[in-house]
Structure formats: C-alpha cells, structure tokens
Design a protein. Structure first.
Length: 145
C-alpha cells in the first residue's frame, strides 16, 4: 500500500512563519514583509495602508525582539510607497525596540529607501532618524540611469 501524499495550500496574503522566517505576501494595502533570521535581515516593501496592518506587524516585532536576544546584528530595509497612521504607529514601536537593542550593543542598520518621485518619504525617514538613536541610511532605491 502506498503512503498518502499530503499537500498544503498557502494563500498569498496569509503570513508564513517558519523557524527563522516570517513572510507576508503583498496584497491590497499590504506590503511584502520578510524577516530572515538566517541572514539577519528584515525587509518591508510596498504600500502599507490596510487598516489591519498591525496583525501582520505584531508577530514581526516579536520575532525581531527574540532574534536580537541571541544575535548581534540586524539589517532593516524599508521601501514604502505609502503607509497609514496604523503602520506609522507600528514603526514607532519597532524603532523603539530596535533602539533598546542598540543600547544593549546590538548592531542595527536601517536602510530607508525611497523612490525618486516620493520626496515626502525622504522627510519621513529623516524624521524617524531624529526621534530615535538609530542610524538611518536614507537614500534613493534606484539610480536615475
């Protein structure tokens, strides 16, 4: 008798959590989110305007916190097209946690990437840099050429 084959289906908008990885696939108002514990990186890319964005970001902040409890460095890459006040509130919480880890001698690199047509996002990145004791590398995501 042959063993049964198990298959699983993952919805593109559902978060996927593995031992060292957390991924949220983009959807309407949901950015691509990836935490990679093997590489020590966090990436958020896209539009974050969904009213329930906190449900996607809360597990992420918990994983980052746990990761930095046992690792020395984390690189964060943010490229927002747009975000709402709910996302901003979650970013404040995340940056506060990262600031605390930096004070515990962790190496935190934040790359705040901006498309050429979004000068207001440059200002937002610079505003975050003024509020928190973190180094923000605010730069254009792509060259003009």
């Amino acid at each position: 008798m042959m063993p049964a084959i198990q298959t699983t289906t993952t919805l593109k908008t559902a978060p996927r959590t593995l031992r060292n990885e957390y991924i949220v696939f983009p959807g309407k108002g949901i950015p691509f989110i990836k935490f990679d514990g093997l590489k020590g990186s966090l990436t958020i890319n896209g539009t974050a305007t969904d009213m329930d964005i906190a449900s996607k970001l809360i597990p992420l902040t918990t994983m980052v916190d746990e990761y930095l409890g046992t690792h020395e460095r984390l690189t964060c890459n943010f490229l927002f097209k747009d975000f709402n006040s709910s996302t901003c509130k979650m970013l404040f919480k995340l940056f506060k946690k990262l600031q605390g880890h930096k004070r515990n001698n962790k190496i935190i690199t934040i790359n705040w990437l901006v498309d050429f047509d979004q000068d207001e996002m440059i200002d937002t990145g610079l505003d975050f840099a003024e509020i928190y004791d973190l180094t923000f590398n605010v730069q254009y995501a792509f060259s003009k050429n």
